[in-house]
Design a protein around this ligand. Structure first.
Ligand code: ATP
Ligand code: MG
Length: 307
């Protein structure tokens, strides 16, 4: 059984989730949920490593299938479960399993079904999923298809996404929820940026500027005027673009200005101002002013480049 195989790996490895830095509580919860063969939903804001974590789980059972479903309002029950193909039905008979084209759930049998943004799919689909998870049974049109399915279900959802459907209580009751957060401190986030961001070989970036980049992103996350906060992708983006700005100018070492010049392009669409501010100021101006106010060159140098 798939879960037995995973159980062995989880018990053998002390820290199986090496792609995720920090998040010790999350790792512990995932381990414990998987050990007891429970379905999980990883909950958190965009860009905090949900997909990375799910892929890391898949890596632990090499050779196993990792089927990904992207939750969206137009995802259909047929996409998920499968459908009766009328041509095949005429050939093999309408009740024959040969007439059935398998959907994602069947493809994930003996593997992992990774359901990204579960709360973006319609209620009808949630109900179909419920039946599969609970009873190992699917109803497609007027057919009842029974099957034994052995899969690990990992969903993700972003509770703050306003374009989403609320997951029904009955569906939620079938899962354990695991909450992921932004990196717990600046050092871990710097490490993530260095590990996951692209390093431009031709230019150097010193540790103090990297600190400045991550410091500014973390400052924005604490800003009460923002309803959408910049993710780890924003830290990675600012790191990459600062190096690129340096390269464009033909220089060898990233400067304060290279970072400053990347701020608007990397950040203004990654934040959303609260309505009370939004009508007074554009996000571009807000980010620019915030950077100028909070991390002026003088302040930066005054503190010896160590914010
Ligand atoms: N704790 C972490 N450890 C390692 N990498 C991280 C961590 N947090 C974020 N990242 C990195 O941030 C980037 C975004 O991560 P990922 O795509 O997994 O986020 P997500 O939560 O699935 O986002 P979305 O909700 O937008 O799909 C990746 O490069 C990932 O490696
Ligand atoms: Mg993701």
């Amino acid at each position: 059984m798939l879960s037995e195989q995973l159980k062995k790996v989880l018990l053998k490895e002390k820290c199986p989730f090496t792609d995720i830095l920090g998040q010790e509580m999350v790792k512990k919860d995932v381990k414990s949920a998987l050990l007891t063969n429970r379905h999980i939903i990883i909950v958190g804001a965009p860009g905090i490593g949900k997909t990375t974590l799910a892929k890391n789980i898949a890596k632990l059972i090499p050779g196993k299938k990792f089927i990904r479903v992207q939750g969206s309002p137009d995802l259909t029950v047929e996409d998920l479960l499968g459908d009766i193909d009328p041509i095949k039905a005429m050939k093999h008979g309408p009740l024959s399993l040969d007439a059935f084209t398998k959907g994602k759930i069947f493809k994930a049998d003996k593997g992992i079904l990774f359901f990204d943004e579960l709360n973006r799919c319609p209620e009808k689909l949630q109900n179909a999923l419920l039946q599969v998870l609970e009873e190992g049974k699917a109803t497609i049109g007027s057919y009842d298809v029974d099957f034994d399915i052995d899969l690990i279900f990992i969903g993700t959802m972003n509770p703050e996404d306003s374009s989403t459907e609320k997951l029904s209580d009955v569906l939620l009751d079938r899962f354990d929820l695991i909450y992921m957060h932004y990196p717990e401190n600046i050092d871990i986030e710097k490490e993530i940026v260095l590990k996951k961001g692209k390093k431009v070989d031709e230019v150097k970036i010193n540790d103090k500027l990297l600190t400045l980049i991550v410091y500014f992103i973390r400052l924005l996350r604490e800003d009460k005027n923002l309803e959408k906060k910049p993710s780890v992708r924003a830290s990675i983006g600012l790191y990459e673009r600062a190096q690129a700005n340096c390269l464009v100018k033909g220089k060898r070492e990233v400067s304060f200005n290279d970072v400053k010049e990347a701020v608007v392009s990397v950040l203004s669409h990654r934040i959303r101002l609260k309505p009370s501010i939004k009508y007074l100021q554009a996000a571009e101006d807000y980010v620019k002013e915030k950077f100028e106010k909070e991390v002026t060159r003088e302040k930066w140098e005054e503190k010896g480049g160590c914010l």
